[in-house]
Design a protein around this ligand. Structure first.
Ligand code: CUA
Length: 421
């Protein structure tokens, strides 16, 4: 087939390819304020990184436009204009123009320098809490497990009853949800117990790897109270894609309320108290009353994620003390206790799985994957392997110990876990 004007055909192809490439962008991938968007920074570290992204973007866009225009000009200016043109001898060839070559080298070096200056500045800034703020920095440790995150508060102490029932100090640890003070820099030590994971809260800071036998760290600062999505960003096994977590930033007062609530041993639901309505903890009770007086209030909490988190701190209104007591017994007899710690439950001192002392007060379960509600708790303990393939609760728990749960057992365990506010 003869083509009258091959360069025109080439141009047409280039335009169709560009249109095809733009389709996914136009079809909705262009949301810039999603829960894991890096275009919506909520702290100085994420903002520094976004600014650097923009600098790089503008420099490369300028290069693209310059090179693209030169290419388009050459294609149009020197195209074959007729059939005879197409088979004509190529024009006289030149190479080695020192002025053009030196200018191109100088332009490349200049572009690299423009990108390198803010890059180095960003590397220094994001590496550690700035000197001026260091005294105010709050310290936490995040540890990666296949496939969930553990969070330790090394400067806080919690209470746990000893064999005689006397309260003694214990480490303060949570899983899947990191609660931090808003407006303060937080220094996060990064550890792992198994393979390489990566800690990433897109709206607060870029990712840093958690490497075995290496003490990495990063710092984050949430400018305002908020609820942020986090994700493991390094392939770490079959359930890597569902290894998630949340960061909840609270105002200082609310943060210290939360700390003291976390420090307390697991909540018991004795029959007498429950029938009279379990007293919610003061700071969150006030919140419930406040919400209840608002028009359109429902117990469904389809409110902001942070409000939903606050609502999650409250005990449910339909607690069944007998069912909860049965669940507490099953937690030990079905060997859950050998992998999970519940401060205040005799024998529950396992450290392979997440700490569950206040699991009912979290908004998520299963490593930040499922919403923490009755249906999802059922789904999770009924067949954890279907939710998170290869997880240790299934492989080392259910399979290794031949754990079988009847529907009644599941109801009781779910009621017990829900009661752990
Ligand atoms: Cu942990 Cu990917």
């Amino acid at each position: 087939m003869r083509l009258k004007d091959p360069p025109t055909r080439l141009l047409r192809r280039a335009v169709s390819a560009a249109a095809l490439a733009a389709l996914p962008l136009l079809s909705g991938c262009f949301w810039l304020d999603g829960p894991q968007s890096t275009f919506d920074p909520n702290g100085p570290v994420a903002r520094e990184q976004l600014d650097l992204f923009y600098v790089t973007c503008w420099v490369t866009l300028a290069i693209f436009i310059l090179v693209g225009s030169a290419l388009a000009y050459a294609m149009i200016r020197f195209r074959a204009r007729s059939d005879s043109d197409e088979h004509a001898e190529p024009p006289e060839q030149h190479h080695g123009n020192p002025v053009v070559e030196v200018s191109l080298i100088a332009a490349s070096v200049f572009s690299l320098v423009i990108i390198a200056i803010p890059t180095l500045k960003g590397v220094w800034y994001t590496y550690d809490v700035p000197e001026a703020e260091r005294a105010d920095a709050y310290e936490v440790t995040a540890t990666g497990y296949q496939w969930w995150f553990k969070f330790d508060y090394p400067n806080e102490t919690a209470q746990a009853p000893d064999a005689t029932g006397k309260l003694v100090s214990a480490p303060l640890t949570t899983g899947s949800e990191l609660v931090i003070p808003a407006g303060r820099p937080v220094h996060v030590n990064l550890r792992t117990v198994d393979v390489i994971h990566s800690f990433w809260v897109p709206k607060l800071a870029g990712k840093v790897d958690m490497v075995p036998n290496r003490g990495n760290s990063l710092w984050i600062k949430a400018e305002k109270p908020g609820y942020f999505w986090g994700q493991c960003a390094e392939f770490c096994g079959e359930s890597h894609a569902v290894m998630r977590f949340r960061v909840i930033a609270l105002s200082p007062r609310e943060f210290y309320d939360w700390l003291s609530a976390q420090a307390a041993p697991a909540r018991g639901v004795p029959a007498a108290v429950a029938s009279a309505g379990a007293p919610p903890r003061a700071q969150f009770a006030a919140y419930r009353e406040f919400r209840r007086n608002e028009p359109g209030y429902t117990d469904k909490f389809d409110v902001s994620p942070l409000d939903a988190w606050r609502a999650q701190q409250l005990p449910g209104k339909d607690e069944d003390p007998a069912l909860i007591a049965k669940g507490r017994g099953l937690f030990v007899s079905k060997t859950c206790a050998s992998c999970h710690t519940i401060r205040g439950l005799d024998g529950a001192v396992g450290i392979q799985g997440p700490e569950l002392t206040h699991v009912g007060a979290r908004t998520t379960i299963a490593g930040g994957l499922l919403e923490n509600n009755r249906d999802e708790l059922h789904r999770w303990i009924h067949a954890p392997n279907e939710v998170k393939p290869g997880n240790k609760m299934w492989v080392n728990g259910y399979l290794a110990n031949s754990i079988k749960l009847t529907p009644a057992d599941e109801d009781a365990l779910v009621a017990f876990l829900e009661s752990l506010k």
